[in-house]
Write a protein that binds this ligand. Structure first.
Ligand SMILES: [Ca+2]
Ligand SMILES: [Ca+2]
Length: 424
């Protein structure tokens, strides 16, 4: 009885929402642009690896990756991860001129200088050895040099102008150099719209790995002028995934001990920067998870109203009595940090070409994956044949029910069953 209701409702709703995954995500290939400070810490490789896995499962489409650290080695390293997962052609961009930096030497950190790009990321991170150059030397990719990528504003404007209205999510897991330039960009041959107009028309949500109150690394460590300029006028939904979440979500020992470090670039980067059988906090992965799946069964929104304001020094103030032009909020964990850590690490334990576990996603795979590239990525050469897109296998099982909200309707998601029914 419940089953027939479920199937009828699923059939009706699926016509406009697509299938529902076991864990609450939709198999509608949500369009995501990643803006990263991919450089000398494994947080960004982990997040980009997670996004690639979700793309392989068919839950999202990564439209492009913007690198806001000017190391010439960053885009090839990102390409190496994308290629491993069978997505060698995801467009990449980095601001020019690029430099030869590979990591942050100890004692090189100098005081923040407004409007001057600072290579140094953070003195707290100087214990992590260089990996960004080695990643592209050890794993297949064909970008070779950041010089060979496009300009970030050009890529942003191109991707947004091509996308359907209200279809793009931007995951800001780094600094705001490119978004700063995008916001102020003028009409050009790509689009008759200004940057802000393009954002308003195309971007449904900006997800920021930072807090909606106080100070955060991504806001204050580089140049606060950029994020304050962007975030104080952001015209669409704006959601923060605060650092205290990532600080409590530690994992990594399974990634380095259970995965072949010579074949998997994400595991290799974690092992190189954090170490074998070690765990570490995970800020960017917690943010990219929200960017991909929304609240899912993981998060709740903290605020019932108000808006954020960033001071010139980058300090965020939440103004409860000032309504935003579009919804603004920050999230908190609804499930235990240990459970969430296991889920995030589990996503990276999945290897391209292997079956999609129904416990992780009941989407049916990435149709855009180049023939042969999905499985061969794990083999260390994404250009050879073999593999193909992953095929979901395993028995369908019923499980816990979770609720999500679609257009004001409350929908229950039965883990393991692609379907839904409506609560009254
Ligand atoms: Ca490539
Ligand atoms: Ca980052």
């Amino acid at each position: 009885m419940r089953g027939s209701v479920l199937l009828r409702a699923a059939s009706a709703v699926a016509t406009f929402t697509g299938a529902v995954s076991a864990t609450g995500g939709f198999c509608v290939r949500k369009k995501v642009i990643i803006d990263t400070d991919f450089y000398n810490f494994s947080d960004d490789p982990n997040a980009i690896g997670i996004a690639n896995a979700f793309m392989s499962w068919g839950e999202i489409e990564v439209l492009g990756v913007i690198s806001d650290i000017r190391s010439r080695y960053a885009p090839p390293a990102i390409d190496a991860i994308n290629t491993f997962y069978g997505h060698p052609d995801i467009p990449l961009a980095i601001s020019k001129p690029v430099d030869n930096s590979v990591y942050t030497p100890r004692n090189s950190f100098s005081a923040y200088t407004p409007l001057t790009f600072q290579k140094t990321q953070d003195p707290l991170y100087t214990e992590y050895p260089a990996y960004v150059d080695q990643l592209s030397q050890r794993f297949p990719e064909d970008t070779n040099d950041g010089e060979n990528t496009t300009d970030p504003v050009t890529l942003y404007r191109t991707l947004l102008s091509k996308a359907p209205d209200n279809s793009v999510t931007i995951a800001a897991i780094g600094f705001f150099d490119a978004l700063y330039l995008l916001v102020d960009s003028k009409p050009d041959a790509i689009s008759p719209l200004t940057g802000l107009e393009l954002i308003k028309r195309k971007v449904t949500e900006l997800v920021v790995q930072a807090a909606g109150t106080g100070t955060s690394f991504n806001i204050v460590r580089h140049n606060p002028l950029y994020p304050t300029h962007v975030l104080n006028q952001w015209p669409t939904k704006l959601t923060f995934v605060p650092g205290f979440i990532g600080s409590s979500v530690r994992w990594g020992s399974r990634l380095t001990t259970e995965v072949d470090l010579q074949k998997n670039p994400v595991a290799w980067a974690f092992n190189t920067t954090i170490g074998y059988n070690k765990t570490h906090q995970s800020w960017d992965p917690t943010a990219i998870y929200y960017a991909i799946r929304g609240l899912d069964d993981v998060y709740v929104y903290n605020k019932t109203g108000g808006s954020v304001f960033f001071m010139p020094n980058g300090t965020a103030i939440w103004r409860d009595n000032v309504p935003p032009t579009a919804p603004q909020n920050w999230v908190n964990l609804k499930i235990s940090n240990v459970t969430f850590a296991g889920r995030l690490e589990g996503i990276l334990l999945w290897q391209p070409g292997s079956a999609i576990s129904p416990a992780q996603s009941s989407c049916t795979g990435d149709n855009s994956t180049k023939p042969g590239s999905g499985g061969s990525g794990y083999g260390g050469n994404a250009t050879v044949t073999g593999g193909g897109r992953p095929t979901p296998t395993g028995a369908i099982s019923s499980g816990s029910e979770r609720s999500i909200s679609i257009g004001g309707l409350t929908v229950a998601v039965i883990a393991g069953i692609v379907g839904m029914y409506l609560y009254t």
